[in-house]
Design a protein around this ligand. Structure first.
Ligand SMILES: [Zn+2]
Length: 208
């Protein structure tokens, strides 16, 4: 035997012919990894928890304001605070990590700090974010007892677009919490938020 491939009963030429004839990976599997095609939750799976019709409408109407907060940031993540009773946008914030060197200055965390300073009662509010909150912000959202969280682009989609993320979904953090979890809505106005993170958009190298 002069090669590991020259096994008894498996002549080398036969082995090579068999390898050449092996089927290639199917194209649909490769297409699923393409940055332009992140997975989307089915409509029925998008809203979990208590979402009265008025609150659904309010967070959808508020997303353009969150996108407006995000656009000027080098890392274009934005969030707004919505009064769950009236639908009014009470405050907004963007990621400022590139401006002040504070890598915890994500949009949601800054929004929660400003909301607390302004005296807003978070169990009566919804946070609307352009992207799924990272593990740090998700923990903070749970600690504040915020009523609901709605986001546009998912962590999985951010990763598919080439934006590095800690792979820990918001719902996994709420599931492990002993506190009343916020209602969660996914893919809200993703038609507006996805373009912020596509590879053709501004340079991306950070978390929300
Ligand atoms: Zn974050």
């Amino acid at each position: 035997m002069d090669s590991p491939l020259d096994l008894p009963g498996t002549p080398r030429r036969h082995f090579l012919r068999a390898a050449a004839a092996a089927p290639l990976p199917a194209l649909p599997a490769l297409a699923a990894l393409a940055p332009s095609a992140p997975a989307r939750p089915a409509e029925g799976a998008r809203w979990t928890g208590d979402w009265p019709a008025r609150l659904k409408d309010a967070v959808e109407r508020a997303m353009p304001a969150a996108v407006a907060w995000a656009r000027p940031a080098r890392r274009p993540f934005g969030a707004v605070l919505v009064d769950a009773a009236t639908g009014a946008v009470l405050a907004g914030a963007r990621n400022t990590t590139e401006h002040n060197g504070d890598m915890t200055a994500h949009a949601e965390l800054t929004l929660l700090r400003e909301a607390a300073a302004a005296g807003h009662r978070l169990p009566s509010c919804a946070v609307v974010s352009t992207a799924e909150p990272c593990a740090m912000c998700a923990g903070a959202l749970v600690w504040t007892g915020v009523r609901a969280v709605a986001y546009g682009t998912s962590l999985a989609a951010l990763v598919a677009y080439g934006v590095p993320q800690i792979d820990l979904p918001l719902t996994e953090i709420t599931r492990r919490s002993p506190f009343t979890p916020p209602a969660v809505a996914r893919g809200v106005r993703a038609d507006l938020t996805d373009p912020l993170y596509r590879p053709s958009a501004a340079p991306q190298d950070g978390a929300p």
